[in-house]
Design a protein around this ligand. Structure first.
Ligand SMILES: [Zn+2]
Length: 283
């Protein structure tokens, strides 16, 4: 949805501060882009429970478990693994062993690498419901709706190009997360969903800011207010790439990066989106 104005230190923010703690605000959704180095890990917190999207690298696993403990995550209603590359499921074993998890979504059932085999073993060992999902899957958790936009086929092989693409919706708030999907998939998304459904307030930048993602056409379809890049400081891939940063800047999005900003937290009540001391009115 489009923003019409920026309001700094709104009444909502003041009320939130007075209430001494996010749990007491009227937030319907808190989004934590956790700093897991060169990987992805996003925690969605709702009054009805928590959802994890990806689990970073094996190297960041211990830090991730500590972060989830610090945040008081006691159960996961759902863990979504966008694809089975190590930088997205490396910490899954530790998380799923530590935190009771009701359900796991993957983008295909193939255990095509060591990390994936470990993930599937952990899921089985902990008796977690496992589902290979595809476009059309919808999960409502209170006022938050998760819609799977991609892949179109649940038999898809797990890889960047078949990353689960999610749309997270909460009243007037929308966020698009594309895992490591590339520009070819972005074009398919544009053709399938159009600007009306891709329009969003936050875009989790595809593939850590690689030049293979975040095409100008895709950014123009989404018109995000914020673009969040999850990547490691000084990573060997050169993420985020200069061309992508230029395209994001051109799109008008405010760019946030876990390598520079650390953990990035947003909060919304469905009509305003708050990041630090800035609140946007959503429409
Ligand atoms: Zn990745």
């Amino acid at each position: 949805m489009k923003r019409i104005r920026v309001v700094v230190l709104t009444v909502w923010l003041c009320l939130a501060l007075v209430s001494c703690g996010s749990a007491e605000t009227d937030a319907l959704l808190k989004i934590h882009f956790l700093d897991v180095g060169q990987g992805d890990c996003i925690l969605l917190r709702t009054p009805d429970g928590d959802i994890l999207i990806d689990a970073g690298t094996e190297e960041s696993q211990e830090m991730l478990c500590l972060s989830l403990d610090r945040l008081g995550v006691e159960e996961l209603l759902l863990a979504v693994f966008t694809h089975t590359d190590e930088d997205h499921i490396g910490g899954a074993d530790g998380v799923l062993s530590m935190i009771p998890t009701r359900e796991v979504w993957v983008n295909g059932s193939a255990s095509d690498n060591e990390s994936a085999q470990m993930l599937f073993r952990t899921v089985e060992k902990n008796d977690i419901e496992l589902r290979a999902v595809c476009a059309g899957e919808i999960r409502r958790i209170g006022d938050v709706v998760l819609s799977v936009f991609f892949p179109f086929d649940s038999d898809a092989a797990s890889g960047n190009e078949n990353s689960i693409v999610l749309k997270v919706h909460c009243k007037n708030f929308d966020m698009v997360l594309t895992g490591d999907a590339g520009s070819e998939q972005e074009q398919m998304l544009i053709e399938q969903y159009g600007t009306a459904q891709l329009d969003c307030d936050i875009y989790k930048v595809g593939h850590h800011g690689s030049n293979t993602s975040s095409s100008a056409a895709f950014l123009s379809a989404m018109t995000p207010q914020y673009a969040v890049i999850s990547c490691g400081a000084g990573n060997s891939y050169g993420h985020p790439m200069g061309e992508v940063l230029a395209r994001l800047e051109e799109s008008g999005a405010v760019v946030l990066r876990t390598d520079l900003d650390g953990e990035i937290v947003f909060e919304t009540n469905g009509s305003e989106l708050r990041y630090r001391d800035v609140s946007l009115v959503l429409q």
